[in-house]
Design a protein around this ligand. Structure first.
Ligand SMILES: Nc1ncnc2c1ncn2[C@@H]1O[C@H](COP(=O)(O)OP(=O)(O)OP(=O)(O)O)[C@@H](O)[C@H]1O
Ligand code: SF4
Ligand SMILES: [Mg+2]
Length: 364
């Protein structure tokens, strides 16, 4: 194998994807009927509160949902690979790493404690039939160096000799080193301080552009998304409730949940009291409503129809929102805007004041 970068970003089409986990109360859905396209060559950010199904979605892209979970419906079509939900055994193992690079959540704990990082790198290369192992090591050192580490020293180290943040960067290196063209990063920088986090994500963005990748980044942090992602998917209760170009979703959020998330960001400039926490809690596996809208218990715009009818998919410009109120606004005014507060300026205001983020945008 050559590690020479070639530009061939794959498109990914997630259709009707559902995953259930077996519990004492039976099989319960963690994500339901998700439709999401990853546009070739773009970075898609996935945000949402804890338990909304972000990691379950990421694992599904690799067909890596483990028991007690299983993919119960849908497909994940990746250009050049086909439907990964149908891949099994050796085919699947080869696809992971070589075609799909990934960092699982809590990757800082996933290194083998008994082997040096370098040994694990060579194992990875051999298991994917990399002929030029020296080239692979060179590539690894280069990536580690770009992330501010002494590559040779890190490759010579065991897990316990590295800090959480260093391990996280090793995880990112391992996701990129085989030159996969689809990269899935689940909370890749949580163990890092704000400044290092911004630096690492900038490097992820650089490598993404140099190599022509398609990338999915999961994070809790809307500021991180505003910084790195071209497109944004907002998850709630196992569904993608709003998706579209990042500037559009953050600049003109339509779904009441996206609006609530933006309102909840404390501003570091201006009046900190302007931030309003989203009341209530997100549903758990056992409390996601089977009918109607998953967000209705916390929604100020809730209507009778939200109790019983699944929200319609409403297309607005280049974005999509699943919401009865958005549809009603579009029918009434010919526009899909509903009363709102919050927007891109608040995200930029919140993060930009730290000097970490450099996003520029105008609120429409
Ligand atoms: N192995 C499992 N067994 C049972 N339920 C699970 C399992 N893994 C996840 N779940 C449930 O599935 C739902 C989605 O979990 P998931 O980890 O995908 O959420 P997440 O958005 O990644 O959350 P976080 O931000 O905390 O990482 C949650 O209700 C979670 O409790
Ligand atoms: S569908 Fe209804 S409950 Fe759900 S977000 Fe829209 S208005 Fe609120
Ligand atoms: Mg997660």
């Amino acid at each position: 194998m050559s590690v020479t970068p070639e530009k061939k970003a794959p498109g990914v089409r997630v259709s009707g994807l559902s995953v259930v986990y077996r519990t004492s109360a039976g099989e319960l859905p963690a994500i339901s009927g998700i439709d999401l396209d990853l546009v070739p060559g773009t970075i898609t950010g996935v945000v949402g509160e804890s338990g909304s199904g972000k990691s379950t979605l990421a694992l599904s892209l690799l067909n890596a949902v483990q028991p007690p979970g299983r993919i119960s419906a849908g497909s994940v079509e990746i250009d050049g690979l086909g439907d990964v939900v149908k891949l099994r055994g050796e085919e699947l193992r080869k696809a992971r790493g070589r075609h799909i690079g990934y960092v699982f959540q809590a990757a800082q704990n996933s290194l083998n404690p008994l082997k040096t990082v370098g040994k694990q790198l060579l194992d990875l290369g051999r298991s994917h039939d990399v002929a030029d192992l020296r080239g692979l090591v060179r590539e690894a050192k280069d990536l580690l160096g770009r992330m501010g580490m002494d590559g040779a020293r890190v490759l010579d180290s065991h897990q316990h000799e590295l800090s959480g943040g260093m391990r996280q960067r090793v995880g990112i290196m391992l996701a990129l080193v085989l030159n996969a063209h689809l990269v899935v990063l689940d909370e890749p920088t949580t163990a890092l301080d704000m400044i290092t986090q911004a630096t690492i994500l900038r490097i992820v963005r650089e490598v993404h552009e140099e190599r022509g990748l398609t990338t999915l980044v999961i994070t809790h942090d809307l500021g991180v998304v505003a910084e790195v992602a071209d497109r944004l998917a907002v998850m709630y209760g196992g569904q993608v409730v709003e998706q579209g170009p990042t500037m559009e979703v953050l600049g003109a959020p339509r779904h009441p949940y996206t609006q609530g998330l933006l309102r909840a960001i404390p501003r570091l400039v201006g009046d900190i009291d302007e931030a309003t926490a989203l009341p209530g809690r997100p549903p758990t596996l056992g409390t996601i409503p089977e009918r109607g809208c998953v967000f209705r218990d916390r929604c100020v715009l809730r209507m009778d129809v939200c109790e019983t009818e699944k929200p319609p998919v409403v297309s607005l410009g280049a974005s999509i929102a699943l919401c009865h109120a958005v549809e009603a606004a579009a029918d009434r005014d010919g526009r899909a805007d509903i009363p709102r507060a919050g927007g891109l300026q608040e995200v930029v205001g919140a993060q930009g004041a730290t000097g970490v983020h450099e996003v520029r945008g105008e609120q429409p």
